[in-house]
Write a protein that binds this ligand. Structure first.
Ligand code: G1P
Length: 310
């Protein structure tokens, strides 16, 4: 069995980022030198996914424009993607009814096959771009799972921002069976600190569970609740942990976006080195101002001031 299709929910309004996202999709915010959604698509294609459905909605047409093989392409430049190897599809989630509902919009696209779900406002940064997705896909097939989920360790205060899994038996180096999953529990109710990290793969059974789900956390149809019902019916669901040198870059709120941008920029092959140097100098200069020692020692160079500006 080869898994080739991926659903990318990108319809959320991004209210946690207002006013940045009042009139532009959060998925188009740059992560380093590329829009987030492009980084997501590159991660998916690097893992061998070749048919990608974006779930968009009101105010998100910039995403569709971005993946157009001809519109906006500079003369003499190749298109962003090799369109012989990957095909992009778009559909709309009419109203924001939750992540579960967004994924449901991809049911016909999944067409009774196993399908990857990759949230459009996060990328996974890894020394090897597609490694986390590959480990997830391998574990999923090897252990005959109904669902497999990439997870990351979070702090106790942060459990309320994520789906949190209850880990059970470890099957091998990459896969842990999970016995429950809860959407955004407070630290007192969280079954662990292992958080759902925006990448999933599902068997087609998911869609029958979504069809019978009822609104959950925040009054929305939650993907987490459908997974919970799958586990309760005895289906095997796996957690695939991120490694220590792998990070989920999340553009969902201003603070996480700022960190994500810096990490992505530092890893950029063209701009990373210069950015690291400039940032170090900006911080050093700020420290010097704060220390205000008045000495005439040689000062660090602020990249945004001319060298002779003192
Ligand atoms: C969604 C999921 C949550 C998951 C998170 C990050 O929440 O519902 O389970 O942990 O993405 O992958 P959101 O951040 O969209 O509110």
């Amino acid at each position: 069995m080869q898994i080739t299709r991926a659903i990318v929910p990108a319809a959320g309004r991004g209210t946690r980022l207002y006013p940045i996202t009042k009139a532009q999709p959060k998925e188009m915010l740059p992560l380093g030198a590329r829009p987030t959604i492009q980084a997501v698509a590159e991660e998916l294609t690097a893992a061998g996914l070749s048919e990608i459905l974006f779930i968009i909605g009101e105010g998100k047409s910039a995403i569709e424009d971005h993946f157009d093989p001809e519109a906006g392409v500079l003369e003499g430049e190749p298109p962003l993607f090799n369109h012989d190897r990957v095909q992009f599809f778009f559909t709309r989630q009419g109203a924001p009814r939750g992540l579960g509902h967004a994924v449901q919009c991809g049911e016909r696209f999944a067409a009774d096959r196993h399908v990857v779900v990759a949230l459009g406002d996060c990328t996974i940064q890894s020394p090897e771009a597609a490694a986390p997705l590959r480990r997830m896909l391998e574990a999923h097939m090897q252990h005959g799972a109904a669902a497999s989920i990439v997870v990351q360790q979070v702090s106790a205060e942060d459990t309320r921002r994520y789906g949190i899994v209850a880990p059970g038996r470890r099957l091998d180096e990459n896969a842990i069976e999970i016995s429950d999953i809860v959407e955004k529990p407070g630290p007192e109710a969280a079954p662990s600190r292992m958080a759902v990290a925006a990448r999933y793969v599902f068997s087609p059974q998911l869609f029958s569970y979504l069809a019978t789900s009822t609104p959950g956390h925040g009054g929305e149809l939650q993907l987490t609740d459908a997974i919970r019902a799958m586990i309760a019916d005895g289906h095997r669901v796996l957690a695939v942990p991120l490694r220590r040198d792998e990070y989920r870059l999340d553009v969902g709120n201003p603070a996480s976006y700022a960190r994500a941008f810096v990490r992505a920029m530092l890893a950029d092959p063209q701009f990373g080195e210069g950015f690291a140097r400039d940032t170090a100098n900006i911080l050093l200069r700020q420290d010097e101002h704060q220390a205000h020692n008045g000495s005439n020692d040689e000062r660090s160079c602020d990249p945004d001031l001319p060298e002779d500006s003192g």
